[in-house]
Design a protein around this ligand. Sequence first.
Ligand code: AMP
Length: 748
Amino acid sequence: MTEDSKEKREEARKAVGLLIRVKYTEVDQFVDHFATNISAGGIFIQSRKTYPVGTTLRFEIRLKSGEAVLRGKGQVVWLREAVPASDKPVVPGMGVRFQQLDDDSKKIVKRMLKVRRQGTAAERSKVKGSDGGLDLGMDMDIQAPVEDRGPSIEVSPELHAEQVDPSALDAGIEVTEDPSVTKARKAKEKADSVGKIIGIDLGTTNSCCAVVRNDRPQIIPSRKGYRTIPSIVAYDDKGKFKVGHAAKGQLAIRPEYTVYGSKRLIGRPFHSNTVRQIKDRFHYHIVEGPKKECAVEIAERVFSLQQVASFILAEIRAVAEEFLGAEVTRAVVTVPAYYNENQRQAVRQAGVLAGLRVERIVNEPTAAALAFGHNKSLDQRALIYDLGGGTFDASVMELTENVYEVRATGGDTFLGGVDFDNQLTDYLLAEFCTKVGVVPKVDRPAMQRLLEAAEQAKCALSEKNETIVRLPFFVAIDNTPKDLEVRVTRELLEELVQAMVERTMAVSLQVVKEAGLSPKQIDNVLLVGGQSRMPLVWSKIEEVFGRKPNASVHPDEAVAIGAALLADSLKRIDSVVLIDVLPMSIGIGVPGGAFLVVSEKGTSLPATRTYTISTFRKDQTLIDLLIFQGEHDRILDNEYLGTLRISGIPPGPKGSTLVELTFHLDQECMLVISAVDRTRNESLDATLAQLDTDETIRKKLRIPLEEAPSHEVGYPAPSPPSDENPVKKKRLGLLQRLFGRGSKKKKK
Ligand code: AMP
């Protein structure tokens, strides 16, 4: 155990006393309004200051008059981060499991539970946003408050609960659960945990894990009690690897040893267009691996992206084992809908390296839809709008009872919250430069501070109309430290990111069109991804689709919860039916560089296509076919998947052997290609591997070196080509011009 985790555990063992004052004057009023924070098992305490999971709390809740209404002891079992949100704020605080309650408190809790069953005062008055979706508490014994209730605790905004000496709250507390009952409950939980398949959302920015226990999906909190963990792996100055929050902490100081956003690189050939386009955006060193795949170099050692992902998965697995008290060896893992065969395969391999058998790979939008549809009898068409930290995905799905069918899918692999942060960072810098009258030198730590401040301001502006970004001693000009202080309004932020939100709408409309529908035929727009909390996103969706979006499952948790639900359903015969489509066309490169489509985008999966070729040289014993994926006519604009090498062809005159190729795409979009010598009716060896480089691809397909890709690789863009695209144009902002972000990093 590290010193850090020892300290955390020590800290968690100490009891903390909390005195909570509420604004209500009457007990009845308290019971009616505060019931949202109570369940049979515990209480949700709103507070910006939280204590680590495991901390014992002695708490007392007092009315305005000072009368104590709830008094007891409990243990912190989960934390909710203080994430500002739009119409539906995420209330920060702690889920506390009751350990002891005095008799009067027990009676009050009983009354509150009755109120909950009948609907609380807030629910009865039908406040905004309660659209019949899942309530936030679906995954816990101790339920978080549903989002649409106003703050019920009248305390300072900084700290809802005041810390007091725990012994001051000791009086009159008695044990509620007899030790034999506790033992039996724990034994049952343990028995239920054995052989569990966990659901993992392996995200670009954050990852999240969930499991179904007692028929309820539950989020498994991280070691530090957070419900998601940053998808970051860091190599520290002591030569140890760290994962999650601990790794994020060193991002600013050791960026070249801190691997983030690796989900964009996993399973891609080093020579692919995408890697070429994005590799200079990262501070860590991206290299070519032994199989020509993309890999990373940390402290002079080369790691595959599968290894990097396995560190994250191993951490998740360890946390899940601790949470469940049982060994975990199986998982359902989610991937973006646009992931190709190599990327899916790489995620499976990462699972194996982490000691996990990946039972199913499921697409993120499908998982999100599963979470939204849980315990509901659905018959609707939904648009899953997923705007995360790095990418935007949109999928139209038809949800009918237990059948979840993807009708069309699309997105932008280079559009996410980080682009919003960059726009605001650009603006803040420009304002600063104008104020100080020079363009100062900004070193890396200062730049990191500014980026973090911009992200925080962006999130704060989802909740309030204006905020001030303050960075004391931001930079030194002529040896004099200068502070940065810029006021930003929501209106201004919306202006800065307008083009990006518009682009998500254009992509969504395109996907709706590809599904053969009009916006009016979409019954529900389901929100996924942190950036979807922005009020502008909400209002645009309402404007375009004529209905409010649905965020009834927490946007950060929906995908993991869906994966856990799928995992749980695998053991049942009546499990859910998932029908998917091929997100991007798959085809072959032909001489001259044209792209010959074999399986078209939107083809329902599983799918099988056959294609026949003949030997084109005398005594040809080997054929190399270059496989690509994308929607452009030229292979240079599409993504190289690999080279299919067909060997064992008997020598003979040109055209003497006919080879029949079968492309089989399974339900999970895994591609298997087999080859048969049709002349002799014998099967041939066919292996798909990343054998070629940009140079050899051009040589084999006779493409002149001068010919360059004309599009960014990824989903076909419904908006203008890259240099006319307002989003891309804006990205080349002041920041980039001043600091050359995007220019090649030097190898350490
Ligand atoms: P995800 O990849 O789904 O974890 O989303 C992460 C992105 O969501 C980051 O860019 C965050 O800055 C952004 N985000 C999180 N909370 C908010 C919020 N309340 N308002 C706007 N953006 C947010």
